[in-house]
Design a protein around this ligand. Structure first.
Ligand code: KIV
Ligand code: ZN
Length: 512
């Protein structure tokens, strides 16, 4: 019987630390539900002590999720650990993940602590945490650049105190596969009680090797937990991509000899949900979940695939959630067909009212667009379940005029705390005019650092999905909006980013 590899998803914690990827509590809860459907073993739901918002998100996820362990990150101090335990109190299965930096550079320059002080704090924290929750993970931050003797000493001590998982982060993405694999192997060989803990890998992607390093940590080092994020989301170049490691382990089970509990058919829905929520678009040639991952453009390849799929394909598109029949619904489809499609896509709306609202939006869209694709439905429900009465700004309608040789003009109507506002402006183009009209009234002063448009399902008939990234007072947020009219999609995206700027509170961030 093959051994099981534990899949620890940190999209909602390490992934969310990517500038602009911050999510609201509702967004996180929705993604957590999808991660549960994906059957990941552990969901790192956030960093409870970092802000009231994060505390509430971890708590909401802990209370709702039943089939995955729910974990909170915490620095190695009693206050953070107590806060994590409090947020996790309702979880069926809870884990506290506590960390402290152990590399000479981090200890001296960041923590301004001696190795002896770091050792003491790590040991005391695990002892404290162990009395609150039975499942404790310990991470020596920047572990891969730490001194081997010191690391062995501290890890042996925290295992003795009751740490049940030892995670070895390559915090800055500096590792090389063989060297990282050997590093884990040396730790496991030299630490006398290493067999009392499960070993875990946590690799960042700065040199594009996060997946390769993680797999080497498994194969060479003998680790049995992988920490990863959907779409490889994460700070800088991101984290190890869940979809890639999982499919590597499955596709090359002949080599790895391990099993994973993940329901791979839920991968694509998870990828789209994370991308639509954060506005981090998935590149077309991204392995497993990119639009071209299973597209065979060249005639030779197409011919080969038609004759025998495995001439050019090593995985089946359906196995990761790509549906063979892409046109799914149309104008005449009824509520039941719509509801069934939601179920097939793994979308679980919270109430019948949400289903009704989404269905009404679907009907509106079907009037304007003859073919409705899975991507359209996912974008639509994502807007439906992410739009809240609490939002300050809500789009109502837009009228814009552009003609060759004339300066474009836009008039927009939107709600501000329930009150209708009319504003208009000129601009370099219709999008510019519309966003200027919003800004004229809101006066956020935010700087736009990114604007991107993506055709949801390929053709000009498709809905446009717009991402707007705004920066204000050191905070960065992404807003996403979709509509067959890209000017409207842009206005929705801008309003969504403004809502996030309003709701985001300052938070303490973990370093990796
Ligand atoms: O990369 C890192 O070191 C981390 C730790 C907080 C586990 O994310
Ligand atoms: Zn990290």
């Amino acid at each position: 019987m093959a051994e099981k590899l534990i899949i620890f998803d940190t999209t909602l914690r390490d992934g969310e630390q990517s500038p602009g990827a911050s999510m609201t509590r509702e967004e996180k809860l929705r993604i957590a539900r999808q991660l549960e459907r994906l059957r990941v073993d552990v969901i790192e739901a956030g960093f409870a002590a970092s802000s009231q918002g994060d505390f509430e998100a971890v708590k909401a996820i802990a209370d709702a999720i039943k089939d995955s362990t729910v974990c909170s990150l915490s620095r190695a101090n009693d206050r953070d650990i107590s806060r994590a335990a409090e947020a996790l109190a309702g979880a069926k299965s809870a884990r506290i993940h506590t960390f402290i930096a152990t590399s000479p550079l981090h200890m001296e320059k960041k923590l301004r602590m001696t190795p002896d002080q770091v050792f003491e704090q790590a040991v005391q924290s695990v002892r404290f945490a162990r009395n609150l929750v039975g499942d404790i993970e310990f991470s020596p931050e920047d572990g891969y650049r730490s001194d081997m003797d010191f690391l062995c000493k501290i890890l042996e001590a925290v295992i003795k105190e009751g740490a049940t998982t030892i995670n070895v982060p390559d915090t800055v993405g500096y590792a090389i596969p063989e060297l990282y694999g050997e590093f884990i192997k040396t730790l496991r060989t030299r630490i006398p009680n290493s067999d009392k803990a499960i070993w875990s890998v946590h690799c960042h992607n700065d040199l594009g090797m996060a997946v390769a390093n993680s797999l080497a940590g498994i194969k060479i080092g003998g680790a049995r937990q992988i920490e990863c994020t959907i779409n490889g989301l994460g700070e800088r170049a991101g984290n190890c991509a869940l979809e890639e490691v999982v499919m590597a382990i499955k596709t090359r089970s002949d080599y790895f000899g391990l099993t994973v509990g993940v329901d791979t058919q839920q991968i694509l829905a998870a990828s789209r949900m994370v991308s639509q929520t954060t506005g981090f678009v998935v590149q077309p040639n991204k392995a497993v979940v990119g639009a071209n991952a299973f597209a065979h453009a060249s005639g030779i390849h197409q011919d080969g695939v038609l004759k025998a799929r495995d001439t050019y394909e090593i995985m089946r598109a359906q196995d990761v959630g790509w549906s063979a029949n892409k046109i799914v619904l149309g104008k005449l489809s009824g509520r039941n067909a719509f509801k069934q499609r939601l179920q097939d896509l793994g979308v679980d709306l919270d109430s019948e009212t949400e289903v009704n609202n989404a269905f009404a939006k679907f009907k509106e869209l079907a009037d304007r667009k003859s073919e409705i694709f899975d991507e359209d439905i996912l974008a639509l429900v994502s807007e439906e379940s992410l739009s809240h009465e609490k939002d300050t700004f809500n789009f109502v309608s837009l009228n814009q005029h552009s003609e060759t040789g004339e300066r474009p003009h836009a008039s927009i109507v939107f709600n501000v705390n329930g009150l209708e506002v009319h504003s208009d402006s000129d601009g370099n183009g219709p999008v510019d005019a519309s966003l200027k009209a919003i800004e004229k009234h809101v006066k956020s002063g935010a700087e736009m650092v990114l604007y991107s448009v993506n055709a949801i399902s390929g053709s000009t008939e498709s809905q446009g999905e717009v991402t707007v990234r705004l920066q204000n007072s050191g905070r960065i947020v992404n807003g996403v909006g979709s509509d067959p009219d890209i000017v409207v999609a842009s206005a929705k995206a801008y309003l969504s980013a403004l809502n996030k700027l309003r709701s985001q509170s300052d938070r303490v961030m973990a370093q990796g």
